[in-house]
Design a protein around this ligand. Structure first.
Ligand code: KDG
Length: 312
């Protein structure tokens, strides 16, 4: 039975090898999409996970289904849409975070409220979705809303990453989405870039205060190499430093962080431990090319933490 349910868009990732996109002759096939990355990261940490999306009845859709099955992610609620293409993106690691998307009209963008499995949600403990899910299409936005409202009805915790994508939603549109969603959200995640996009140049504590005022129970500001800051509605505040690693590519690190944070928080660990664990998972996830290649298992995290003298 799935403890964690993620809902959103998966994409096949094609990472340019040996140069920028204009020059690359070779591409390494991987997998991405923020909520799929979350699902895979949570599964590698040992959580029972189900993913809800639509993929095309094409080779990339089949590749995603196979990958999730290999990762132990429950795909019984993934719909295969006849004639709907699976979205892809090209990653140009030479310009960190350089994405070229082909997602318009994708199978995932046709996700709608009818694809939300209430039975699955009723027995879960946490639902995760994101601002990308809400921004890819009006029907996906409705699917996210339906899922979040069902989660609330069933007493299932809700985790939400703002994940601003300016090409998908303007700051004003995203602010409206965040504003209507946060009252239903337990764990709200955003990056420093998301914060700037949404709120302009606000201080870190001011950003956290803003998320709490908007309704989140726990607000988490992800600071990349600098770690994270967390604030709760009960008045607890935690700052946890980042962990130095030999980074190759930051793609998907924020999603890995979210999954680690959510899984440990669900387990009832103290907030400082949750933040530390999530920072380690986020850091380790940057040690390989692409969004999911280096997502660590729990054993890898424990081995990393057991190394002598490496705490930040
Ligand atoms: O967080 C990683 C994602 O950015 C990547 O996998 C692709 O979903 C994606 C997006 O919209 O950027």
């Amino acid at each position: 039975m799935a403890v964690v349910v993620a809902l959103g868009e998966a994409l096949v990732e094609l990472a340019a090898v040996g140069g920028p996109l204009e020059e690359a002759r070779e591409f390494r096939r991987g997998f991405g999409g923020d909520t799929s990355n979350f699902a895979v990261a949570a599964a590698r940490l040992g959580a029972p996970v189900a993913y809800v999306t639509r993929v095309g009845d094409d080779a990339f859709g089949r590749a995603l289904l196979r990958m999730w099955a290999e990762e132990g992610v429950d795909v019984s609620h993934v719909r295969v849409g006849a004639g709907e293409p699976t979205g892809i993106y090209f990653l140009s690691p030479d310009g960190a975070g350089q994405f070229t998307y082909y997602r318009t009209g994708s199978a995932a963008s046709r996700l709608g409220p009818e694809d939300v499995p209430r039975v699955l949600l009723r027995s879960a403990r946490l639902l995760h979705t994101s601002g990308i899910t809400q921004a890819i299409s009006p029907s996906a936005r409705e699917a996210a809303r339906t899922a979040v409202e069902a989660a609330k009805e069933f007493g299932v915790r809700v985790s939400y990453d703002v994940n601003a994508r300016p090409k998908l939603a303007s700051a004003a549109e995203l602010r409206a989405l965040v504003g209507e969603t946060l009252p239903l959200v337990d764990l709200a995640f955003l990056s420093a870039e998301d914060a700037r996009f949404l709120f302009g140049e606000a201080g870190e504590d001011a950003v956290l205060d803003r998320l709490l005022e908007l309704g989140a129970r726990v607000a988490v500001l992800k600071l990349g190499e600098r770690g994270c800051r967390v604030a709760t509605r009960d008045g607890e505040r935690v700052a946890a430093p980042g962990w130095p690693v030999d980074s190759v590519d930051p793609t998907g690190a924020g999603d890995a962080f979210d999954a680690a944070f959510a899984v440990e928080w669900l387990a009832g660990r103290p907030l400082s431990e949750v933040a530390k664990f999530a920072n380690v998972v986020g850091a380790l996830s940057t040690t390989g090319l692409g969004a999911t290649a280096a997502l660590p298992t729990r054993a890898q995290v424990e081995r990393f933490l057991a190394r002598p003298g490496e705490a930040p």
